[in-house]
Design a protein around this ligand. Structure first.
Ligand SMILES: [Ca+2]
Length: 293
């Protein structure tokens, strides 16, 4: 290749090929591979309308006031969860097996109300409702590494690979620096009325999950999860989980849907709720990224 470049960029007098052929060669050399690479990119996004199907259910501790749920896996690939539990005097960060068994548990101070949790760079981040504190733990030992502070309420937490993504009960999503917890940017979440094109704010965003380049947020005291475009804030789809609310929790304003976790390797969605006795695994029926065996 070096010889080829030297020949191409030799002084004109010693290069016999006309300028036209040199231009064509350069186009083929640089532009074509770029176009080919772009064309070979897999579809990175889920369809605008996805369909979810239940796969199976697992036990969930009915004493756990689930405020945040995130998937993780052992070295052997076995999946488990980190779960943040809320309420004053009952808040904790937990490692929970798929069977529902609590494998590890660290209590929060009694003055703290646990909220969303996320994993980033081998650490668990757990925010609190009105205590303006994010606890950061080592994933292996649950040792408290540091405490970060922020203004306002803490509701849901997720991460997008480089930033933490946080809700505060309004229609606002805040992207934060994982080192300092300082806000990087904000997003307002809205739904566009298809008839009037009016943009309607969607408040009470709660537990979050980052799924295939989208923010998924459950809307407090409803059975709905919004799929949100993280660039514009527009709601792509509202998914309704009313059929999954356990009989004993129906009509109870406390025991609502409030746990969303995504397993990117198995492409599995897990949902549960506050003091729900069950956790569901669901699959995306029309998932373009799911490899068929
Ligand atoms: Ca989550």
């Amino acid at each position: 290749m070096n010889r080829l470049f030297r020949r191409l960029f030799r002084p004109r007098s010693s290069f016999p090929a006309p300028l036209f052929f040199r231009s064509v060669f350069l186009f083929l050399l640089f532009a074509v591979p770029v176009f080919t690479a772009a064309a070979a990119e897999p579809a990175a996004r889920l369809p605008r309308q996805i369909v979810l199907t239940p796969v199976r259910s697992y036990p969930h501790d009915p004493a756990s006031f689930c405020q945040g749920l995130v998937c993780a896996s052992e070295g052997d690939g076995a999946l488990f969860f980190y779960e943040s539990a809320g309420l004053y005097g009952r808040s904790a960060i937990k490692q929970v097996a798929l069977s529902g068994e609590t494998l590890r548990r660290e209590e929060l101070p009694r003055r703290c109300f646990g909220e969303g949790a996320a994993l980033h760079d081998g650490k668990i981040y757990q925010i609190t409702w009105r205590e303006n504190t994010c606890f950061v733990y080592d994933t292996q030992t649950f040792r408290l590494l540091k405490k970060l502070s922020y203004k306002g309420e803490g509701w849901g937490l997720a991460e997008n690979g480089t930033e933490l993504v946080m809700s505060d009960g309004s229609d606002k999503i805040t992207f934060r620096d994982p080192e300092t917890f300082k806000p990087v940017r904000e997003l307002r979440v809205f739904w566009t009325n298809p008839k009037t094109k009016e943009q309607i704010p969607i408040p009470r965003l709660n537990e979050l999950e980052w799924i295939e380049g989208e923010i998924w947020a459950n809307i407090f005291e409803t059975t709905k999860i919004a799929r949100i475009d993280p660039e514009s804030g527009e709601v792509i789809q509202l998914l309704d989980f009313a059929r999954y609310v356990p009989g004993e929790c129906r009509g109870d304003p406390q025991r609502v849907l409030n746990g969303i976790a995504w397993d990117p390797a198995g492409r599995r969605l897990f949902i549960t709720g506050k003091e729900w006795p069950v956790l569901y695994e669901l699959a995306i029926e029309n998932d373009p990224l799911k490899k068929t065996p």
